[in-house]
Ligand binder design. Structure first.
Ligand code: ADP
Length: 678
C-alpha cells in the first residue's frame, strides 16, 4: 500500500481528541448556493420595490397634476361666471341692450373657450354676442331652437335663481368633426328679465384653461362620468396607458364631468433611480465577495484535507515505530514523546512533556545528564554513532538504552532543540550475556575433556610401573621375612627402574604439553590489545567490569600470537573473576603495556594486568603458578601454570605483585624487538 492510500484509509474516521485537526464544513457549496439565492432574491426585491416606488410616485404626481388642471379650469370658469353674474345684475333697466352687447362682446373676445353669449327671455333670443373668428360656428341660424339639455339647464337656473350648466352635448357641423359644448344659464333678475346663456366649447376649455405643460405631457380628455369622451385636448400627445388619473370637474347646477389624463411616460426603467443603482452595485459587490470567499474556503478546505492526510499518515508512521522518540527544546524541556518511548519508560506523554532535567526516567538525580545535554554536543557533532546509558522504568526497573541524538532544525534553518531516538537494548544485552555464558561453559567443558584425556593416559601409563613397584615391594617384604636378603638388591634395583620409568612417563607428558613448537612472528601489543578489546569487554560484562588499557608505542615482541592471546585472556579472566565482590564503582580492569628502554637494562616489553580484587593470600603465593592449584569451586588450576610456561618459552617471566591499594598485578615480561636505528 503506498502512502497516499494509507493516508486516505486512515482518514476514513475523523481523528479524536487533542490530535483533531479543525475541519472545513463539507457542505460549504450548499451554503454558497443559499447565499447566492438569497442575494438574488434581495436584488430582485430591491429592483421591484424601486420600480413600484417610482410607479407610485409618478402616479401620485399625475393625480396631483390632474387635480391642479381641474382647479385651473374651475378658476377660469368661475371668473366668467362672476362676470356673467355681474352682467345679469346690470340688466335691470332700459337701455340695457347696449350694455349687454358691450359686456358680452368683450367677454367672448377675452375668453377663448366661449363661442357665444345670448340673452333670452322665455326661451326667445333677444340678443347675442359671438366670438370672433375662427371660433363662432354657432350662428343665429343654429340657435333658433334650444336643445333639450339647454332647456333643462334653463329650468334649473330659473327655479333656483342660480347658475346652471347644461349636460354637454355634441354639435355636428357639416364638413367638420363634431365637437361637444355646454351652456351656462345665468338668470337675470330671477328670470323675470330673461336668462343669459354662455356657450362653451369643451375642447377649448381644455386647451386654454388647463396648464400648457400638463397638456404637453399627457393625453387629456373630458368625459362623462360613465366614461364616454366629450372632448380631447388637441396637443397630439398619446398616453402610454401606464399612468392614468381622473379628476372630477364640478360644474354649477350639480353637473359633473371628469378630466382624464394619461401620461405619455411609459413603464419605469429596469433600474429606475440612482439609489436603486447603488443598491444593485452593493449587492453585486457582495455576491462577488461571496464567490471569492467561497473559492478561498474551498482552497482552504483542500489544503486542510491535504494537511490532515499528511498528519494522519505521519502519526500512523510514528505510532508504528518501536524506536522511542523524544524531542527537547533548547532549554532541555521535553516537547514531544512518541508512544514507543512512553511504553519503554512506563510514563504517559502528559507526565513527560514539559519535564526538564533531572528526568523522571533517569537512574538517579545525577549531576551529569545521562542523555548528554546539548551543551556537551553542540550542533555539528556527529552523533550518528549513538551512545549507551541506563534508564529507569516507572516501575523502578533499570534497563540499558542506546541513544542517537540529532539537532532539530526549524523552518528558519535554526536549531530549535534535539530529537533523540532511543532503543531499548535489554534484550540484546540478555542475548549477549547468554552467549557469553554458553561460550564460557564450552571452554570449561573443553578444558575438562582435555584434562580427562590427559589424566586417563597418565593413569594408563603410570599404572604399569606403579603396579610393578607395588609387586616388587611386596616381594622385598617376603624376602625380608624369609631372610633371603641376597635377592633384595635385585628387587630394589627393579623398583628404581620402574620408578624411573614412571618419572619418564610424567616428564614425557609434561614435555608433550610444553613441547608445542612456537610459531613466532612480530606482534604489536597495541594492535593485539585493540583486537582483543571486544573479547575482554565480553568477559567483563559478567560482573559489570569496565576496561581501560594503554600501550606504549613501539611495544613489539617476537611471539606466538595465539599463545600470547591466551596468556592475556587468562590473566584478564582471572582479574574479572577476582572482582566479583568488589564495589561496582571500583570494578575496573587495567592493562598497561610498557617498554623498558633504560640504559643498561635489557630492552623488554611488560604486559601488566591489574585489578581491584582481594589479591592472592600470602599462604597461596608459593603455589600460585603450580598446576592444579585453584581456590575456585569450578577452577582447574592450570591457567596460571600454562601462562607461566608460555611466557618462559618466550624467554620471559610471569610475576605476581600485590597492588599498593589492594588488588593483584600480574605482569609478563618478554624481550622487545629492538627499534631499528637509522
Ligand atoms: P583457576 O583460575 O582455574 O583457579 P589459575 O591457575 O588461573 O586457575 O589460577 C589459580 C589460582 O590463583 C586461582 O584459583 C586464584 O586463587 C589465584 N588467582 C589467579 N589470579 C588471581 C587474581 N587476579 N587475584 C587473586 N587470585 C588470583
Amino acid at each position: 500500500m503506498n502512502p497516499p492510500e494509507l493516508a486516505r484509509r486512515s482518514t476514513d474516521k475523523a481523528p479524536i481528541g487533542p490530535w483533531a485537526v479543525p475541519t472545513f464544513p463539507a457542505r460549504s457549496h450548499w451554503l454558497t448556493a443559499t447565499i447566492v439565492v438569497l442575494l438574488g432574491a434581495l436584488l430582485a426585491t430591491t429592483l421591484w420595490l424601486a420600480r413600484e416606488n417610482e410607479r407610485n410616485e409618478k402616479q401620485e404626481a399625475l393625480q396631483h397634476a390632474s387635480m391642479a388642471a381641474v382647479m385651473s379650469i374651475r378658476t377660469r370658469l368661475a371668473e366668467t361666471e362672476q362676470a356673467l353674474r355681474g352682467l345679469a345684475a346690470e340688466l335691470r333697466g332700459a337701455g340695457d341692450d347696449a350694455r349687454f352687447a358691450a359686456v358680452a362682446t368683450e367677454l367672448v373676445a377675452n375668453n377663448p373657450a366661449l363661442l357665444r353669449i345670448e340673452r333670452r327671455a322665455g326661451g326667445e333670443l333677444i340678443a347675442a354676442a359671438d366670438a370672433p373668428q375662427p371660433r363662432a360656428r354657432l350662428g343665429a341660424a343654429r340657435r333658433a331652437g334650444l336643445g333639450f339639455d339647454t332647456q333643462i339647464a334653463l329650468a334649473a337656473s330659473r327655479g333656483a335663481d342660480r347658475l346652471a350648466y347644461s349636460r354637454p352635448y355634441p354639435v355636428q357641423i357639416p364638413g367638420e368633426l363634431p365637437f361637444a359644448v355646454t351652456e351656462l344659464a345665468v338668470p337675470v333678475d330671477g328670470e323675470r328679465r330673461g336668462t343669459l346663456l354662455a356657450i362653451y366649447a369643451l375642447e377649448r376649455i381644455l386647451e386654454h384653461f388647463a396648464p400648457p405643460e400638463f397638456l404637453a405631457a399627457h393625453e387629456v380628455t373630458l368625459s362623462e362620468l360613465d366614461g364616454s369622451t366629450l372632448a380631447r385636448a388637441a396637443s397630439g400627445v398619446r398616453g402610454a396607458g401606464v399612468y392614468r388619473a381622473t379628476a372630477p370637474l364640478e360644474l354649477a347646477g350639480g353637473r359633473s364631468i371628469s378630466l382624464r389624463a394619461d401620461s405619455r411616460a411609459g413603464e419605469p426603467r429596469f433600474i429606475p433611480n440612482l439609489l436603486a443603482a447603488m443598491l444593485v452595485a452593493a449587492i453585486a459587490a457582495l455576491a462577488i465577495i461571496g464567490v471569492l470567499l467561497s473559492r478561498h474556503g474551498h482552497l482552504r478546505a483542500r489544503t486542510e484535507r491535504a494537511l490532515r492526510d499528511q498528519y494522519t499518515f505521519r502519526k500512523a508512521m510514528e505510532d508504528s515505530l518501536v524506536t522511542g522518540l523524544r524531542a527537547r527544546d533548547r532549554d532541555g524541556v521535553i516537547t514531544y514523546v512518541n508512544p514507543a518511548f512512553c511504553a519503554m519508560t512506563g510514563y504517559d506523554a502528559e507526565e513527560l512533556i514539559g519535564c526538564r532535567a533531572p528526568m523522571p526516567y533517569w537512574v538517579k538525580d545525577t549531576e551529569v545528564d545521562p542523555e548528554r545535554s546539548q551543551t556537551l554536543f553542540p550542533a555539528g557533532d556527529d552523533l550518528r554513532q549513538g551512545f549507551e546509558t541506563v534508564f529507569r522504568r516507572k516501575s523502578g526497573e533499570h534497563f540499558p538504552v542506546l541513544i542517537f541524538e540529532a539537532p532539530l532544525i526549524d523552518e528558519r534553518s535554526e536549531q530549535a532543540g534535539w530529537m533523540g531516538s532511543i532503543l531499548d537494548i535489554s534484550e540484546q544485552k540478555r542475548i549477549e550475556e547468554l552467549s557469553r555464558r554458553q561460550e564460557e561453559k564450552l571452554h570449561q567443558n573443553a578444558r575438562m575433556a582435555l584434562l580427562g584425556e590427559v589424566a586417563s593416559s597418565l593413569s594408563h601409563e603410570l599404572n604399569q610401573p606403579l603396579a610393578a613397584i607395588n609387586g616388587y615391594a611386596t616381594a622385598c617384604r617376603n624376602l625380608l621375612e624369609t631372610g633371603k636378603t641376597a635377592d633384595l638388591d635385585v628387587a630394589l634395583a627393579r623398583i628404581r627402574t620402574q620408578s624411573e620409568r614412571a618419572g619418564l612417563v610424567i616428564r614425557s607428558v609434561n614435555d608433550f604439553v610444553r613441547s608445542r613448537k612456537l610459531d613466532r612472528a612480530e606482534v604489536d601489543l597495541a594492535e593485539l590489545l585493540h583486537a582483543l578489546e571486544p573479547l575482554i569487554e565480553l568477559q567483563g560484562r559478567k560482573f559489570d567490569v569496565r576496561l581501560a588499557w594503554s600501550a606504549q608505542p613501539g611495544a613489539r615482541v617476537l611471539a606466538d600470537r595465539t599463545l600470547l592471546e591466551q596468556v592475556i585472556l587468562n590473566l584478564t579472566r582471572n582479574a574479572v573473576e577476582s572482582m566479583e565482590h568488589t564495589d561496582p564503582e571500583q570494578r575496573l580492569l587495567e592493562i598497561e603495556v610498557t617498554r623498558n628502554t633504560h640504559d643498561g637494562e635489557e630492552d623488554k616489553v611488560e604486559i601488566a594486568v591489574l585489578d581491584h580484587g582481594p589479591g592472592v593470600a600470602p599462604q597461596a603465593r608459593a603455589q600460585l603458578f603450580s598446576a592444579f592449584f585453584s581456590t575456585k569451586e569450578q577452577g582447574l588450576g592450570i591457567g596460571l601454570s600454562l601462562c607461566r610456561s608460555v611466557v618462559e618459552k618466550h624467554g620471559g617471566q610471569l610475576r605476581y605483585a600485590e597492588r599498593p591499594g589492594g588488588g593483584a598485578r600480574f605482569s609478563a615480561t618478554i624481550a622487545a624487538i629492538p627499534t631499528e636505528t637509522p
